[in-house]
Design a protein around this ligand. Sequence first.
Ligand code: SF4
Length: 222
Amino acid sequence: MSDPSLADLPELGLVSAKDGASLEALAQLAERCRACDLWERATQTVFGIGPTPAPVMLVGEQPGDREDRAGEPFVGPAGEVLDRALRDAGLDRERIFVTNVVKHFKWRPSGKRRVHEKPTKAEVRACAPWLEAELALVRPQAIVCLGATAAGALLGPDIRVSTLAGTPVASALAPLVMATLHPSAVLRAGGGDATRAAYERLAGDLRLVAERTPDARYRVPD
Ligand code: SF4
């Protein structure tokens, strides 16, 4: 068999996942993905990380500047907000799978900085088989869409994250599906009451997930 085109790697990854490929094998395959143009300006592919299977899967939009350099999702400022919200909710990140709908960092230059740019629908679509492949491995009891891009990709374009505080979304993807704020929305909220409200929304939704998925909670050592 000839090598598949690098543009076909997401579909190949999905088939491999359904055939029982490991997360490491999928991540290695995704390193060479060229199914959209985002790989060209990114440092590396940032694949999902965490146990497979896992009781909870968190899905963000795309890696940021720090994630692009580190090669891991949610390790920058938004990741710090997420870690705090997980702790406050009683969830153990070590037991949770964390990923993004798009696996390469999309950015534009602004002086010396690389500024986040929202991925297009076509880019989200091109990357979708990787997310589906991760889902096939993780088989989560609960999925949390962090922000509108993740919610749109997994639940459809009509989902309005702002109206869904504390409210699960009916979906065949998992027994519990939530759509909440992206942690970066807490950072962008502007301070004061707005920041507190944004954080409470995120942590409150994660608390509901903790209540319904005991396997993802922190365990107190004996
Ligand atoms: S963003 Fe996704 S589809 Fe596009 S090149 Fe990267 S891994 Fe492939």
